[in-house]
Design a protein around this ligand. Sequence first.
Ligand code: GLN
Length: 550
Amino acid sequence: MTKYIFVTGGVTSSLGKGIIAASLAKLLQARGFTTTIQKFDPYINVDPGTLNPYEHGECYVTEDGAETDLDLGHYERYLNTFTSQANNVTTGRIYQHVITKEREGAYLGKTVQVIPHITDEIKRRMLLLGEDNQYDIIITELGGTVGDIESLPYIEAVRQLKWEMGTENCLVVHLTLIPYLKAAKELKTKPTQHSVKMMSENGLLPDVLVCRTEEPLNKEIKRKVALFCNVTQDAVIEALDADTIYGVPLEMMREKLDIICLEKMQLPLGIEPDLSKWKEFLNKLRYPKSKVTVGLIGKYVELQDAYKSILEALIHAGAMNECKVEVRNIHSEYLTKENAKDNLHNLDAILVAPGFGSRGIEGKIDSIRFARENKIPFFGICLGMQMACVEFARNVLNMPKAHSTEMDPDTDQGVICMMEEQKAITQMGGTMRLGSYACDLQENSITARIYGSTAINERHRHRYEFNDKYIGEFENAGMMAVGRNPKTNLVEIVELKDHPFYIGVQFHPEYKSTVENPHPLFVAFVKAAKHAQEQRNGIAKRPFEKTLSK
Ligand code: GLN
């Protein structure tokens, strides 16, 4: 029978519930339990797809094309398994379902209420992934902070599940903060006591407390927290600030979070966890042998979470190369042809980020031109790839009005445009090519050599496509379409000849990079950055291409 662990948060947001949930799942997985994680978000958007990245960070896309909360990215990166639409539920989706049912008359004239109708639907969704007994343990992260009005139905749903299933089948792990007051030189437990009290007022008691803290918790503090929060003393877990989020699973293992949860769920401890691959990655991450600087050109760069998966993929790729990747955030809105050199000349590589809309678009184009002309390794993702095509058309193919019809609907040089099938769909959130699609690679392409394969699958999130009617001109001038969708023939990858590393991809490789499987394109990109630096310093003699296996 599937067992359930709920992770709630108290005191303040941004304590890292997603990381704690993912770390616990990783440990349970390492002990041989099949595990997945799902996230319930209390906002009313049906999915995060329509949210501005400034609001909620990156929108993460799953294999099945769900636009989800960025925490699902952490789950996949830690567990190295896929999540799906079912792993992310919002209040909006719950209400949408209940209201649709009401309109269909499914409630037979009953008054439809938060309790029991909304809470029943929450409960149904919470148990959904466990229905076919595919998982031993399902961890559910509840978004928001205990005490928020919108979290109440979720807390009530968990309370009912706990009552129905018993603690051994339904465990609550509460993440809280123990602040250190510098002036008093003391750790303070009161906020934690209050948040547990608030939860207990709603009838839910936590079984395990994970306490974020800047200072180690001594025995006395742990005892105090346990006593006043009504948990066993071994269930007060210290979660010290970590140097990297990837260190947290090992910290949680040291604190025995996995063992305590298993004991409380009356499960055997499973096999001795083997995290040697994880530790090897951490070692490489912590003790790099070299350093490169990568420019990340985007319009949301001031908000770290907006490019979460790209930043994480660069971390994975850096570790693979035993190289620290310093990311320099460059705001595309302030980049111009005139200042491009000043801003970009000392970079080892340039990555142009995905995005929507016109803001900062010319800066992206200028930075791509700089990378192309100065032979700086370049990686363009989605909008980054599209703008690489626009730049090439304008500056090499002499098409001054070349653009994407997203930014310039009236241009007669729409090298990036919307395909006929997409045009028919008008409802927000529904118009995009989303999720995993196959792509065939040209056998002799750099990309195929990087992947070590000519058939790949990658995730998409975009509306516009390369306009194939221009492909002849592009290829004659050296920009090659080396990857295409086998069914629709849409262009997915472009490469530039006579450039050390210049790849544009219409898909989002960053979503599929994990600790145990860093994405080959990111690994190659960092390797190319390292190579460019070594070449400048006269260390590397061969061209980058020659360093790739055939
Ligand atoms: N705005 C572009 C499109 O819709 C690119 C999207 C993206 O970068 N994710 O096609």
